[in-house]
Design a protein. Structure first.
Ligand code: HBI
Length: 97
């Protein structure tokens, strides 16, 4: 099972995750979609990736702005699962322009 990452590991891996910010035991990023339905479509794609990983983000949808917050609840902090899902979210958001 995934172990908690050290502060050094988190900082190093955040360097590869543009747009993501650490706050305590979680990381978050917001994405601006062209319209509300495009934002919901992004959420649908992320939901499929999350389900496939059995690792789920907190999701906040406000009109066209979608915010994903990641943390590994069972470990009480950040693990490699959060980093991996963050990359998948960023890639999906970039695909949608
Ligand atoms: N998602 N973010 C997050 N953190 C978890 O600990 C987690 C999850 N999704 C599913 C899940 N854990 C289950 O595998 C365990 O609760 C059994």
């Amino acid at each position: 099972m995934a172990r908690r990452l050290t502060d050094e590991e988190i900082e190093r891996q955040l360097g590869d995750l543009s747009g993501w910010t650490r706050e305590g035991d979680s990381i978050h990023a917001s994405f601006e979609a062209p319209d509300f339905l495009a934002g919901v479509a992004l959420v649908q794609e992320v939901a499929a990736a999350a389900e496939a990983m059995d690792h789920h983000p907190d999701i906040d949808i406000r009109w066209r702005t979608v915010t994903f917050t990641l943390s590994t609840h069972s470990e009480g902090g950040l693990t490699q699962l959060d980093v991996e899902l963050a990359h998948q979210i960023s890639q999906e958001a970039a695909r949608r322009g």
